[in-house]
Design a protein around this ligand. Structure first.
Ligand code: BGC
Length: 731
């Protein structure tokens, strides 16, 4: 009976996702007829052309586009350039099939928003949807149809530089933000000219790279794959994402770009994905290095049969598929199927009817005032106040003198972060500029003090001399933009170069010191966390960086962001994440328990943590479980009150733990959250509803199930604080 129930739950869930995915990729008899009629007219070379994506423009590529031998370009942007190439495809090629232009529109196109890890700290899906929609609008107006985003890789290892590109360590937060981004990019209807098609990446488990080294092998259990790494992809597909990118990494011995288990069994058969899969850059060619193919032909065969429809810059499909079909090694029907998926997206985007973009529209859409206002809003909401002893912050605008120090204080490039797209340094408001807009310039001193990676004692001494003479010192330190992102793994998470030395020297002057961190990953800053009274984590906030930070420094905006990722004390604790297992010997004072000799087991700053200039009180946690029509629902409510004297935001977080189960479960798992704004004294009752199905896991037979029994539930303001209750799920 129980088994039957489980099978039924599984079937319902699978059908649900099938339905969701199919519904979001709206097709129609007209679209399907058009696809079939085109396929009938296409030569084998033209079909393979649709599966071929190249980067940049050249005479050769133009000629190939004319011959119908290229289906897509990446890295060509701007209305003029894309229109010109498109003209070749739709006016000079035999079947006039339009090209699809792809680009990494990761956190803005021309108006640059915070890096994704930073924006995840806003815990605000509605905001994330709006910034994605804005990025889509600018990109679409410049001829882009397709973004290689969102990057939804869960990252539990901050050494991995690409942690900057995603939403952090948690599958639930990651899923909510993944779906928000897809909705933002794609809008309600892909055929709307100001939307672009999304491409969740990198499918899958790329963030699990051994030792945090980019492109490295991933060896994880199938449970971890299903419970940690897959959910944000599933959420993106359920939100309607039209394409998917297969990753560089191997997963348990099979490279992700030739993996039938993930690309066909899970993605297509379980989830009902109907869009197309593009490889990552030459990830099909790299199957040779992985050692699972002896020749490009073998690599191409494996990738295509596993489910990769389009070859990004690998030239493997374009050079080998025709011969493979002629030799009978690949059935042409497999190629037809990939072509069908690609043409379907082109038709859904409306490219056949509207292949060109309007130059005027490009002008009026890019960098409008509305876009800049949104860039400021998202930057402000992404800032996390890590420490504020004795309410050193916010600063009073009547402050007589202050010094701004540090290599990132007046820096116009690094705030744009990795994947800055068309972002321009000249449009960046630096922190110094932001501060100058708050108080008269005569009261502000500025001195760099050191470089991000270099410097001298002499410069530090000069900074000290200035700091001694002012009321407050603001130090802006962190990483350069190229220290995170692709191929930017670090073995140390310390502040690079002489920066910590600079901070220490300024602190020793006795002048009240504020540290503003600008970085693409969690940093190990235990000394700063202990000694410096006020610390802001500002990530890389994009174009409006300086205005947003100055607003927070001077109290024009009350910070409310929360960490989407755990900050370790030392790199030796990595991987460290909040939803870990308990072990048979949880850490305690006892010697023979799971811990370190030389460092506490706890993080420096936990997941979900962040302060405010006001205080919030949580009370009255109530939990009820109700069963009707065989569906068990959990209702939880809590009262939150602003007990400080200024308005502020709190992110109310709900966690659960399955206390006893047939397999070990994490000590806590985030299941709901909501960012709210409360006026001084205002009290709000928050209500959360969960389906008991959401409390399940994959058991030893790989069946998703909810095991009856006692669960703990917490609602609080981080992963380590909260009111606690028990609830019981009955059989
Ligand atoms: C990256 C992808 C990116 C692609 C195209 C690759 O190197 O891994 O994230 O979308 O390049 O630029």
């Amino acid at each position: 009976m129980k088994r039957l129930k489980l099978i039924l739950i599984f079937l319902v869930l699978s059908l649900q996702s099938f339905f969701l995915a199919a519904q979001n990729l709206k097709t129609s008899p007209e679209i399907e007829n058009r696809i079939e009629s085109l396929i009938q007219q296409m030569t084998l070379d033209e079909k393979i052309g649709q599966l071929h994506q190249v980067s940049g423009v050249s005479d050769l590529f133009q000629q190939q586009a004319r011959e119908g031998k290229i289906g897509s370009f990446l890295n060509v942007r701007g209305a003029t350039a894309t229109n010109e190439l498109q003209r070749i495809a739709v006016e000079e090629s035999r079947l006039k099939i339009p090209l699809i232009f792809g680009l990494d529109v990761i956190h803005g196109y021309r108006t640059i928003f915070p890096i994704p890890l930073g924006e995840a700290a806003s815990w605000d899906p509605e905001l994330v949807e709006r910034t994605s929609a804005m990025a889509a609008k600018e990109a679409a107006a410049s001829g882009i149809h397709w973004t290689f985003a969102p990057m939804v890789d869960i990252a539990r290892d901050p050494r991995w530089g690409r942690i900057a590109e995603g939403s952090g360590e948690d599958p639930y937060l990651g899923s909510i933000l993944a779906a928000a981004k897809v909705r933002g990019f794609q809008g309600k209807n892909l055929s709307d000219p100001l939307t672009i098609v999304a491409c969740p990446k990198h499918y899958v488990a790329y963030g699990g790279a051994q030792a945090g080294r980019d492109y490295h092998a991933v060896d994880i259990s199938i449970n971890t794959l299903r419970e940690i790494y897959l959910p944000p992809f599933k959420a993106a597909i359920d939100a309607g994402a039209g394409t998917m990118m297969s990753a560089f990494n191997e997963l348990n011995g099979i490279p992700a770009s030739a993996n039938p288990f993930t690309l066909t069994q899970i993605l297509r058969n379980e989830w009902g994905f109907r869009g197309f899969v593009v490889s990552d850059w030459n990830s099909i060619g790299e199957l040779l290095n992985h050692g699972i193919a002896a020749t490009p032909a073998e690599a191409g065969t494996k990738a295509l049969l596993a489910g990769v429809d389009m070859d990004m810059m690998g030239f493997v499909y374009s050079s080998n598929l025709a011969a493979l079909v002629q030799q009978g090694a690949i059935d042409e029907k497999v190629i037809d199927q990939a072509v069908r998926r690609i043409l379907r997206i082109k038709l859904q985007l409306g490219l056949f009817d509207r292949p060109y973009v309007d130059l005027q529209l490009e002008q009026s859409t890019i960098l409008s005032n509305e876009n800049l206002a949104l860039a400021l809003e998202s930057a402000r909401k992404s800032i996390v106040l890590l420490k504020n002893d004795k309410q050193l912050l916010p600063l009073n605008k009547s402050i007589k003198s202050l010094v701004v120090i540090g290599p990132l204080a007046d820096n116009k490039s690094d705030p744009l972060g990795c994947w800055r797209c068309e972002g321009n340094d000249a449009d960046v408001v630096t922190i110094l500029e932001g501060i100058k807009s708050k108080i008269p310039s005569e009261r502000i001193r500025y001195f760099k003090g050191c470089e991000i990676q270099g410097g001298s004692d002499k410069e530090i001494l000069k900074a000290v001399e200035i700091a001694q003479k002012v009321d407050t010192a603001i130090l802006v330190v962190g990483e350069s933009e190229d220290m995170s992102g692709e191929a930017a793994s670090r073995s140390s998470l310390d502040l690079p170069g002489h920066q910590e030395k600079l901070v220490k020297a300024i602190y020793e002057t006795g002048t009240p010191t504020i540290v503003v961190l600008m970085n693409g990953r969690p940093l190990t800053i235990p000394w700063i966390a202990e000694k410096i009274p006020a610390i802001l984590e500002t990530w890389q906030l994009g174009m409006q960086c300086g205005n947003a930070i100055a607003d927070v420094l001077f109290g024009d905006y009350n910070p409310g962001g929360k960490l989407p990722v755990t900050f370790p004390r030392t790199v030796g604790q990595v991987p460290i994440f909040y939803n870990h297992k308990n072990t048979g010997r949880p850490p305690s004072e006892e010697k023979f328990t799971s811990k370190y000799l030389d460092v506490p087991v706890t993080p420096l700053f936990p997941f979900g943590y962040g302060l405010s200039y006001t205080k919030f009180k949580f009370s009255d946690l109530k939990v009820a479980v109700e069963k009707a029509d065989n569906i068990t629902q959990i209702f939880a409510s809590v009262e939150v009150q602003n007990i400080g004297d200024r308005a502020g935001d709190e992110v109310v977080q709900l966690y659960v733990q399955d206390v006893v189960a047939s397999m070990t479960r994490p000590v806590k798992e985030l299941k709901r959250f909501q960012r709210i704004t409360l006026q001084p004294n205002e009290k709000k009752k928050l209500e959360f509803q969960l389906n008991a199905n959401e409390l399940g896991f994959y058991n030893q037979s790989m069946a998703y199930m909810v095991e009856p029994g006692v669960f703990k539930i917490w609602i609080g303001n981080s992963s380590v604080e909260g009111l606690e209750e028990n609830l019981e799920i009955m059989d």
